[in-house]
Design a protein around this ligand. Structure first.
Ligand SMILES: *Cc1c(COP(=O)(O)O)cnc(C)c1O
Length: 362
């Protein structure tokens, strides 16, 4: 397997050179004050990059993003809740499935693929006893960026808990927990954080912490009370993906030294714009109404199969773009803008796509 292909997917994505180098080192023993110190710093920096209210906490779960989605659903909610779940694609659908599996009382807001959540849609659910809203910031399957500020204001007005899956949007689009009134945020290691997969993180504000402490969970691995207690001293209940957490520390400190989360977000936006400007003469239509910076979701205006385009780019040009699964497989392919990507690298992809266009393959 060629591990050095250009990679414009949404995860795993390309890593910076200093991380690749560090990733070659041994994985150390971790029940030590030295590792604890690093973990406390990880917690501090995640909270800082989200502008989390003071007193917020972070936990580190070994498992992909979905593990933290499930832990959140299990720890923040119970049978007394009445929830609203936004489903605009595969990841919204995953939140719906989690609520079903855990027997929660919920109403699904099913959006047409590629469309935004509007104030008008939410208004219908006002004053109806809802206690929480679960949604993505960026529905990665369709590329839609939801308006979290609007959703947060709705939740504040209706005294609802707001849980946001920001797995693909953290460090790609702005997320300000205080300004957007978000109670808990889920992140993963292999999207814009641009590390190997294996870890996910949850940052919790006061309301989230209260919910965790007052809930009765029947789970061992996903009991957040246990994670919070251990993280007080910079540890986790079980062996974490130690190597990824050490890389996380290097990555977060590097970001902090180079202008903070804002700088990564600005770079992502710039890369996305460079790509979007570069495809204006190609037979593509941008799929979503309000596109996120992390990804450009495209359909062929010539009706060509999106999956065939993905396969050709992979096999003939040795470049990964990102296919879609399920119903969207032949309709949408995506080009990611997260991870360690330069304009020169985007240009290689643009050249490949233009060559394919000349050959009538798009
Ligand atoms: C990638 C992603 C996930 C989780 O995926 P994992 O494969 O479990 O890491 C969840 N939500 C969104 C929005 C994502 O982009």
């Amino acid at each position: 397997m060629d591990r050095n292909m250009l990679n414009f997917t949404v995860g795993p994505v390309m890593m910076d050179d200093y991380l690749l180098k560090e990733n070659a080192d041994q994985v150390p023993y971790f029940r030590t004050p030295e590792f604890s110190e690093i973990m406390l710093e990880n917690e501090k920096l995640l909270c800082e990059f989200l502008n989390a209210p003071s007193g917020s906490r972070a936990v580190f779960i070994t498992g992909s993003g979905t593990a933290s989605m499930e832990a959140s659903v299990m720890n923040f909610f119970n049978k007394d809740d009445k929830l609203l779940v936004v489903n605009g694609g595969s990841f919204g659908h995953r939140l719906v499935e989690l609520c079903q599996i855990h027997n929660l009382n919920f109403t699904e807001i099913k959006l047409e693929y590629g469309t935004s959540l509007t104030e008008d849609i939410l208004k219908k659910y006002e004053n109806s006893g809802y206690t929480g809203l679960l949604m993505q910031q960026h529905e990665t399957s369709t590329g839609v960026l939801y308006d979290l500020k609007m959703a947060g204001a709705f939740c504040k007005k209706n005294n609802m808990f707001l849980l946001v899956d920001a797995i693909s949007s953290f460090l790609a689009d702005e997320l300000d927990m205080q300004a957007m009134n978000v109670d808990a945020v889920i992140m993963g290691s292999q999207k814009a954080v641009a590390l190997p997969p294996g870890m996910s993180f949850i940052v919790m504000g006061k309301k989230a912490l209260d919910r965790v402490q007052n809930n009765n969970m029947t789970t061992m691995y996903f009991n957040l009370q246990d994670y919070l207690k251990n993280q007080e001293r910079g540890q986790t209940p079980f062996t974490p993906a130690v190597g990824v957490l050490l890389l996380l520390n290097s990555r977060l400190k590097n970001i902090k030294e180079n202008g903070g989360a804002k700088a990564v977000i600005a770079h992502t936006r710039e890369i996305a714009k460079y790509f979007r400007d570069g495809i204006k003469d190609l037979p593509f239509k941008m799929f979503p109404q309000s596109p996120a910076s992390a990804v450009t979701a495209l359909t062929s205006t010539n009706g060509k199969s999106a999956y065939d385009i993905f396969t050709k780019v992979k096999d003939e040009y040795k470049i990964f773009i990102c296919p879609n699964g399920g119903e969207l497989k032949d309709l949408i392919f995506r080009v990611g803008h997260i991870g360690s990507i330069s304009k020169e690298q985007v240009q290689v992809l643009l050249d490949a796509l233009h060559q394919m266009n000349t050959k009538g393959e798009l």
